[in-house]
Write a protein that binds this ligand. Structure first.
Ligand SMILES: [Zn+2]
Ligand SMILES: [Zn+2]
Length: 68
């Protein structure tokens, strides 16, 4: 339904991506997109996850643990 054009590493260029049938209940907010050129699935994390948590963690480097 909601097609969008993104750069595909496999295709080596910009390809139209489409949202695959989501089995996780994300609905229209599903972060997964499927390349219509090669069929590779990509995750679009930026529009699915809010940066609030990341920003909060970034304020404290927590020196006792090694960042993964
Ligand atoms: Zn999904
Ligand atoms: Zn592709």
């Amino acid at each position: 339904m909601s097609d969008r054009e993104l750069y595909c590493d496999t295709c080596g260029g910009v390809q139209p991506f489409e949202t695959p049938p989501c089995a996780d209940g994300h609905g229209v907010d599903c972060p997964e997109l499927l390349c219509t050129g090669c069929g590779s699935a990509v995750l679009i994390a930026t529009f699915a996850f809010r940066p609030a948590r990341l920003a909060d963690r970034r304020r404290r480097p927590s020196p006792g643990r090694h960042a993964a």
